[in-house]
Design a protein around this ligand. Structure first.
Ligand code: AMP
Length: 280
């Protein structure tokens, strides 16, 4: 396994892999790797001879008052975990390598999907995600890219840009990996105090309760109320939103037929966690 920080080095390594007849799988991340990330890498390795992992905390997808500066980082630990998951190449570009033109650069605008759901509370977030992913796909040139369902709206955004911009990659979704008590694994879980960590599984319990109450054609509001009620039982949690979306377009739905996603954002102290569950 090799670690590189320049786009030319990535292109050269991928070119050499292709010369050896290998398919290329790509897993973009912001690092501080956990089992959820490792599962993406293992899936990529099953399906491709050569796997590229990127670790880049992308300033473009953080709002001005978000956690860009304090986002957890552990390059050595990440390299050890990635090599265990049989990654072939790690790409860790500095910000100047990704954005040499600074603020005057071209960006990707994802349209209305970027303003729904998470986008309401994180303006510009999905344009930042789409821009960095388009650049990374262009640098790596993979056959397949791997994304977690943990970030369901992000997955929908990536599918949309691949379709709209004719990006020559196949998007492979991977299931959310959870702690034994149901909490979705996240790099941001590292921010939680012991008491907050104890309260955190209430988020997934609320989603499960809503899913169990689901009946085809039923009102979305009833599901949202269940989530809100369950979360309000845990005093440490503050609900930011509970919404029901069409899983593909991420437009809010009022009646839940097939393929809907119940998505939640909630605060534990200063830590913002998101999770979701599929119904129908
Ligand atoms: P991040 O480093 O948080 O930007 O995440 C990088 C990739 O890992 C994204 O595709 C995420 O959806 C995915 N991911 C993060 N947490 C999990 C999880 N608990 N289970 C599955 N995939 C995850």
């Amino acid at each position: 396994m090799k670690t590189v920080s320049l786009t030319d080095e990535v292109r050269e390594a991928v070119r050499a892999a292709r010369e050896r007849g290998l398919d290329v799988g790509f897993v973009p991340t912001m690092g501080y790797l956990h089992e959820g990330h490792l599962e993406l890498m293992r899936t990529a390795k099953h399906q491709n001879g050569f796997v590229v992992l990127s670790i880049f905390v992308n300033p473009l997808q953080f709002g001005p008052h978000e956690d860009l500066e304090k986002y957890p980082r552990d390059p050595e630990g990440d390299a050890a975990k990635a090599s265990g998951a049989v990654v072939d190449l790690i790409f860790t570009p500095p910000v100047e390598e990704m954005y040499p033109a600074g603020p005057s650069m071209s960006t990707v605008d994802v349209g209305p999907i970027g303003e729904a759901g998470e986008g309401k509370f994180r303006p510009g977030h999905f344009n930042g995600v789409a821009t960095v992913c388009t650049k990374l796909f262009s640098i790596v040139g993979p056959d397949r890219v791997y994304f977690g369902r943990k970030d369901a709206q992000q997955l929908a955004v990536i599918r949309q840009i691949v379709r709209d911009l004719n990006l020559p990659v196949q998007v492979v979704p991977c299931e959310t990996v959870r702690e034994p008590d149901g909490l979705a694994m996240s790099s941001r879980n590292a921010y939680l105090s012991a008491e907050e960590r104890e309260a955190a599984p209430a988020i997934y319990r609320a989603l499960e309760k809503a899913r169990n109450a689901f009946s085809p054609g039923g009102p979305a509001d009833a599901l949202k109320e269940i989530v809100a009620r369950e979360i309000s039982k845990e005093p440490a949690l503050r609900l930011e939103y509970a919404e029901v979306f069409d899983s593909e377009t991420f437009e809010p739905v009022t009646q839940v037929a097939g393929g809907a996603t119940i998505a939640v954002a909630a605060y534990l102290g200063g830590t913002r966690l998101i999770d979701n569950i599929e119904v129908g």
